[in-house]
Design a protein around this ligand. Structure first.
Ligand SMILES: [Zn+2]
Ligand SMILES: [Zn+2]
Length: 365
């Protein structure tokens, strides 16, 4: 019979010694682990601290800063020096600037935001092409980048992974985030996002491919040529009104949603999050200021409750009537009330609800 050679050589004493040594090693191992965990935390804290310094210091994006400063100087100059009521053509140019700003805005809100980012409704090909064209008029990033940044913003709101984290202050969340390199967590989390729906959309791919030409033509060249041709205004004012004044104001309209709509206002739907309801932002951004609602129900194509100032929703309802937009998603008023009662700050309060919704609520209670 085979015997295990070592079994007989292990006496009780040696077993005790072995166990003690083993225990010591385990304790040592655990304490080393704890120590290294503490060390790692210390390093992480220090690293994070250094990061903020690093990011506000050597990681400035000077090309963007220079561009934005020059753009603002030219826009302010245009705003202050334009003779608004000199002739009817001067008035037309103002109205044209408002119109191009509004249409570009709808491209951002109805297109990039509610359609491509949140998939709050579906759009037929002609409408997708139209909205992509309008979006290009606003002169922002590629659709792909816009949607990626906004999806991370919703998923990791007010963390380092949020591209315009409002906890870093008004300036950072408004425009400062474009002036410094992205926090590594934004890049890391951005890579993990599923953007396959965008990659599968030929309209998004087309916009990505011809981004520069489309932006130049639809945001600047065409809006400048129209007043030149029709109203015989000077080159200077045609360029100033479109490329500097309208463009800068429309950028700020979008920026306000990331800054002011995360800071000043009430939280009727969810008081646990930072986004707020802000009428001023809604006015400037074609209805995107109802941000507490939007972060609570991001999949609602209206981005606000009924009855709130929301021109984008008005436009989308027209597209839906024309059959170009469909599968418009929106929660029932009953659900909205339940959520507001449970998580809101109490300011939703006495809104009236329809008889049908009241009956549904009664049934549930
Ligand atoms: Zn937001
Ligand atoms: Zn959103």
């Amino acid at each position: 019979m085979m015997t295990r050679p070592y079994a007989s050589s292990v006496t009780v004493q040696t077993l005790e010694v072995l166990t003690e040594t083993n225990n010591k090693n385990t304790k040592k191992f655990i304490s080393t682990c704890k120590e290294s965990e503490e060390k790692q935390n210390d390093i992480r804290k220090k690293f994070e601290f250094d990061y903020s310094k690093y990011y506000f210091g050597s990681q400035l994006r000077w090309s963007n800063i220079t561009f934005l400063i020059i753009l603002h100087i030219l826009a302010i100059h245009g705003l202050l020096n334009y003779e608004y009521l000199k002739s009817k053509h001067h008035v037309y140019l103002v109205l044209w600037s408002y119109w191009t700003g509004f249409m570009g805005g709808v491209g951002v809100t109805a297109g990039a935001h509610r359609l491509w980012c949140h998939r709050a409704y579906k759009a037929k090909l002609p409408l997708r092409i139209f909205l992509m064209g309008l979006y290009c008029m606003a002169g922002q990033n590629t659709l792909y980048e816009w949607v990626r940044d906004h999806r991370i913003h919703h998923k990791f709101s007010e963390t380092n992974a949020d591209p315009h984290n409002s906890k870093r202050g008004f300036f950072f969340s408004h425009i400062g985030w474009l002036m410094i390199k992205k926090h590594p967590e934004v890049i890391e989390k951005g890579r993990q996002l599923d953007l396959s729906d965008l990659e599968a959309d030929p309209v998004v791919r087309f916009q990505q491919r011809y981004f520069t030409v489309l932006k130049l033509m639809l945001c600047f060249v065409l809006p400048i040529l129209v007043p030149l041709y029709f109203w015989n205004v000077s080159w200077y004012w045609a360029v100033s009104s479109q490329a500097f004044v309208r463009y800068t104001i429309s950028l700020h309209a979008t920026f306000l949603v990331n800054s002011a709509a995360h800071m000043w206002g009430n939280r009727p739907y969810d008081k646990r999050i930072r986004p707020v309801e802000n009428l001023t932002v809604a006015i400037w951004s074609a209805g995107e200021g109802w941000h507490n609602y939007h972060h609570t129900f991001p999949w609602d194509y209206r981005a606000s409750e009924m009855g709130k100032y929301n021109p984008t929703t008005f436009v989308l309802d027209i597209f839906a009537k024309l059959g170009l937009a469909y599968d418009m998603k929106a929660p029932s008023q009953t659900l909205v009330k339940q959520i507001a009662d449970k998580h809101g700050d109490g300011s939703w309060g006495d809104q009236e609800i329809s008889e049908k919704d009241a009956a549904a609520l009664l049934k549930q209670t």
